[in-house]
Design a protein around this ligand. Structure first.
Ligand code: 5GP
Ligand code: MG
Ligand code: MG
Length: 177
């Protein structure tokens, strides 16, 4: 695709990374009541691949929040769709495509602790540590990346590029159109 100027992670690299994360999570959550909570819409491909690499009985659900518009974060987190599963006493693992400022997951972590989850942790395929505005602990990170705007494997620019099987960097010229 011509709008993609650089491929950061190929389909094969992502698959290997997700398998590694799945193995570690399977070990860590043995005997626990794991529930994966995916953040719509970006986490859908990661969620679908990761759950099938976790060799445990688990539940999963989704939330939709708004905290991002265009290419810059805004502070406020709004819940557009909540989970429909009971989480009291369960071990919640949030599944995110990319953590940037950390504001979204910091808010959701606090919210779920107040809902009496047994534990609350986060996995993200990508993380941009330099962009953090709030210090949050991310238990499982696929890759740390530089401050570049990426798309593909669930991640969009104005709803485009989510279905790409790889992760790429957009040509800056399209960001300002
Ligand atoms: P934050 O951590 O700033 O609260 O928000 C993270 C969310 O912003 C991510 O889940 C993702 O939806 C969006 N986001 C952050 N960085 C990027 C990026 O480089 N590309 C895309 N497509 N979305 C991003
Ligand atoms: Mg996201
Ligand atoms: Mg987006």
């Amino acid at each position: 695709m011509t709008e993609i100027k650089e491929i950061l992670f190929t389909r094969e690299e992502i698959q290997k990374k997700v398998q590694e994360l799945g193995k570690i999570i399977s070990n860590d959550y043995k005997g626990k009541k794991l529930i994966l909570v995916g953040i719509l819409k970006g986490a859908v491909p990661f969620m679908a691949d990761l759950m099938r690499e976790i060799d445990l009985d688990l539940e999963y659900d989704f939330m939709d929040v708004s905290s991002y518009s265009g290419t810059t974060s805004v502070g406020e987190v709004r819940i557009l769709k909540d989970i429909s599963t009971h989480i009291e006493g369960k071990d919640v693992l949030f599944v995110e495509d990319i953590i940037d400022t950390g504001l979204t997951l910091s808010y959701l972590t606090d919210l779920f602790k107040s809902r009496a989850a047994n534990s609350v942790a986060i996995t993200t395929l990508l993380s941009k540590p330099k962009r953090r505005k709030i210090d949050i602990y991310v238990k499982y990170i696929g890759y740390e990346i530089e401050d570049k705007f990426v798309v593909g494997y669930g991640m969009d620019y104005n709803e485009k590029f989510r279905s790409l099987p790889y992760i790429g960097v957009l040509d800056e010229s399209i960001l300002h159109k």
